[in-house]
Design a protein around this ligand. Structure first.
Ligand code: HEC
Length: 234
């Protein structure tokens, strides 16, 4: 083969290896500069961002305030008892008229409580849910707990909480309180009232008096107590 042909062939082979080599490097290395963008489509365009200026408006704001009288979907919330648990300046002492406290509301409340509240407050509301147990375990037994603190979820059977009105508990769920985060965004209004009803049921279940038990069942209760006492004495 003539020498120039050999040289040209070698150059062509070497040049042919370049693109795959470049691709291999590009695929495995990182860079902060944006890739070359031949076709812009609408990826980069002039626009006004939130909170930026727009000199075209007399007030210079790019974000336009809502036209006066605009009502968003789901508003207006004029019924403060139903939406905020308030009657006038006070927390509502009773459930709002549109919430019917019946068995299906209770069932709903129990299900929602067990989803949203039970992890912290526990199935029966004593403030000993799985999150609380894990947190206290970490505080004692793990490096992760060092230098942190844990505010325990409230025991919902404390006198302080039992004496609160339904409106106040509704508000705690909606807006949170102290170290408890709000659940207004996750739990619809109707479900929040259902949870309040279930919290009330839990509280009653742990603080019931003999008078709360239907008369025909009281005798059997006393027998149970006697049997327990005998067992512990024996
Ligand atoms: C992530 C854990 C957590 C979840 C979930 C949670 N709570 Fe709490 N809750 C707390 C903590 C912690 C406190 C105590 C706050 C404090 O005293 O700083 C508290 C306090 C409360 C109180 C007492 C407020 C007061 O007046 O002092 C009520 C009532 C309550 N929670 C109800 C609920 C209900 C109902 C749910 C479900 C919708 C719920 N919580 C979900 C952690 C939680």
């Amino acid at each position: 083969m003539p020498r120039p042909l050999v040289v040209i062939t070698l150059i062509v082979i070497a040049a042919a290896l370049l693109p795959p080599a470049i691709i291999a490097v590009m695929r495995t290395s990182r860079t902060a500069t944006p890739r070359i963008h031949f076709v812009q489509d609408m990826d980069n365009q002039g626009k006004f961002r939130a909170q930026h200026e727009n000199p075209r408006f007399p007030d210079g704001r790019a974000m336009r305030p809502a036209v006066e009288g605009t009502i968003a979907v789901g508003e207006p919330r004029t019924d403060s008892h139903y939406y905020f648990g308030r009657v006038g300046e006070e927390w509502a002492p009773a459930f709002p008229a549109q919430v019917r406290v019946n068995e299906s509301l209770m069932e709903r409340g129990r299900a929602r409580f067990n989803i949203y509240c039970q992890p912290c407050h526990g199935l029966s509301g004593y403030g000993d849910g799985i999150v609380d147990q894990l947190a206290r375990d970490l505080l004692v037994n793990s490096r992760l707990g060092k230098g942190t603190m844990w505010v325990r979820p409230r025991n919902l059977h404390e006198e302080l909480i039992r004496s609160q009105t339904v409106g106040e508990i509704f508000n705690t769920i909606t807006n949170g309180k102290a170290n408890m985060q709000p659940y207004g965004a996750q739990i619809p209004v109707e479900d929040r009232w259902a949870i309040v009803a279930w919290v009330r049921a839990l509280q009653r279940s742990q603080n019931a008096e003999l008078a709360d038990v239907p008369a025909e069942l009281r005798d059997s209760l006393e027998t149970i107590n006697l049997a327990e006492e005998e067992a512990s004495n024996g």
